[in-house]
Design a protein around this ligand. Sequence first.
Ligand code: AFP
Length: 326
Amino acid sequence: MNNHRTLKEYLLDHLADHPEQRELVMIMSNMATIGETISTQTNKAGLAGILGSLGQTNIQGETIQRLDVFANELCKKYLRATEHFAAMASEEESTVVDMGNDGARAKYVIAFDPLDGSSNIDVNVSIGTIFSVHKRLFNIDRLDERQFLQKGRDQVLAGYILYGSSTVLVFSFGDGVHEFTLDHGIGEYFLSNERVMIPPVAEYYSVNEGNTVYFERKDADFIAYLRDEKKLSARYIGSLVADFHRNMIKGGVYLYPAVDKGGKGIYTGKIRLNYELKPMAFLLEQAGGLATDGEMNILDMEPTSLHERRAAILGSRDIVEEYMAR
Ligand code: AFP
């Protein structure tokens, strides 16, 4: 740990330097509390009876896990009480969620994947929470979907919490990426990596290679190139947060190219733009990496719907640029 600096101390220092970011600092502190609560629940999920499926599917057609429901409800109730948000979007909610706050205090909107990697919950594999905060647009209704269709570049705060062998919180206000690790015993997050920078040379590639048959030829070829010519090691968990975190710390690239699962020559992305890709792209750029869907920088995209999905190539700049050059 770096000087045993706590998140609270870090946020107070940040506030002293940026008094105009008072609400954002409070939001960050709220997110840390949410992360600690989900982490505790995740650790005792088997005992608490919240593992397993509710037997329902969410709007993406995926089976809802009980921890997903817990995390989603927590985000809604807790953040509503803070009165900072006019609206919320979540992977688990088909439409914009009314946060009940229409006053001048509700200056922000937040998009979430409350529990990313939910297929890993039951098998004790790392999962995470991803969040993206934008300023509320006061010229349109607060519940208008367009509140969430802002470019990734306009995020004012983004981050994730990884529930792995330890719980880490990684975030950025747009001035560098910082990583804190939760000490459950003390109930504090401690600074574990100030100004995270992705190593310039990639060591790993992360892709579901079982999808190779569904990829376009150019994508299958590029992955073969990473494996056979660049001699990168393969690591794939199936939780974006976990794969992304490893690549950002160790150097690597996460690929989820468009797939044609219907066999009709129609290739579509899987990863959600608003609450998976935009926040990760924001962090990546701050850390010296790059994020694209193959055609453009994720941060420059204008989303067209709440749950839009895109292809994703995220990671070390050299590899992503090579992908785009092809
Ligand atoms: P969930 O939050 O619905 O579990 O989404 C997981 C995810 O979007 C991302 O976290 C993974 O990297 C990716 O999907 C895994 O997809 P495959 O199971 O198709 O490899």
